[in-house]
Design a protein around this ligand. Sequence first.
Ligand code: UT7
Length: 331
Amino acid sequence: MVGNYRSRVAGTGSYLPEKLLTNADLEKMVETNDQWITERTGIQRRHLAADGENTSDLALKASQKALAEAGLTAQDLDLVLVATVSGDQVMPSTACVLQSKLGCRQIMAFDLSAACSGFVYGLSVADQFIRTGMYKNILVVGAEVLHRFVNYKDRETCILFGDAAGAWVVTRAQEGDSNIIMSSHLHADGNLGELFVLPAGGSAIPFSQQVLDDGTQYVRMKGREIFKHAVRTLTQCCHEALEANGCKPDQVDWLVPHQANARILDSVADHFNFPKEKVVMNLHETGNTSAASIPVAFDLAKQEGKIKRGQLILLAAFGAGLTSGSVLLRY
Ligand code: UT7
C-alpha cells in the first residue's frame, strides 16, 4: 500500500418506505396538531417501515440503487459500513446482514454508531481507507428504523422521527480528478450525552419487565437544549470545513445538513450567512431519519435536479453523543 489516493462519490441511492405517518395521523395519537408540528419543526409526514421490514431491508434497497449508479456490483466492494442506531439486532451487525443480502465477497463489514452524525462519520472512515490505498470501493450506508424506538405517547419525540436509508458508493478517484472528498472533520462531546438517550437494551440496563414498565426502551430527549447545541455546532462545523479548505460560503453550491428541524436549519443559515435557498431541506417529507438523513436529503435533491456533478457540497451533521461533523466534497 502506497497511500496518497483520494476518494470520490461514484453512486448514490436512497429508499423511503411506502407507509406514511402524517401530522393528521399524529393528531389522533397524542395531544398535538398539524399547525404546531409544521410551524415548530417543518415536518409534515414521515415514512415508516412496514411490519417485518427491517433496517437491513431499507439499506439493501438504497445500496442496490447506489451500486447501479456507480456501475459496480456487490462483488466489487471492499468494505460495507452501516451507520445506524436502530440496527436489526444487537449482533450480528446490520452491516454483516447487508453484506450477506447483497452477496458480497467475505469483505470487512461493520456498523458505526454516531447517531445522526453517523453518515458523515462513515464517509470520513471510508475516505481514510481509500487514502491509504487499503480499499478501492466502499459502500457507506445510513439506515434507520427509528419508529420502533419511539414512544407514541411522548409528543415531543414522536412527531420528529421517521425511517429511511441512504447509500453512497465511495471509490478511489483517478489521479487529477477534482471531484473528490476534500475534507472531513468529526467531533463529539460526551459530556452532553444525557440530552438525547435510548437508555435500555445495553449492558447497563438489559431488557426486563422493569424496562417495559419504565418505557426506557424508547428515546428520550431534552429538545430545547439540543436545539441550541445543534445550531451552534452545525454552524461551527460549516465554518471549520470552509476554513480548512480556504473556501468562502458563496463558493458552496449546496449545504446538505442533518434534517432535524426546519427552524434549526434556518438559524444555521442565518449564523453561517448562507442563502436559505441553497440549504437542502426535505424534512417536510421525511422527518428526522438520523443517520439516513443526509444521504436521503442529498439523493432527493439530486433527483429534483438541484444537485449536479461538479458542484461543491457541504455536509454538516450533529446528533446524540453529542456527535457532530462535516464533509466538504466536490461532487
Ligand atoms: O437529531 C437530533 C434529534 N433531536 C432534535 O433535533 C430535537 C431538537 N429540538 C427540537 O426540534 C424542538 O426543541 C422540539 C420540536 C422538540 C420542540 O420545539 P420547541 O419550540 O423547542 O418547543 P418547547 O419544548 O419549547 O415547547 C413549547 C411548548 C410547550 O408547552 P408550554 O410549556 O409552553 O405550555 C410544550 O409542552 O410546546 C409544547 N409542545 C407541543 N405542543 C404541541 C411540545 N411538543 C408539542 C407537540 N404538540 N408535539
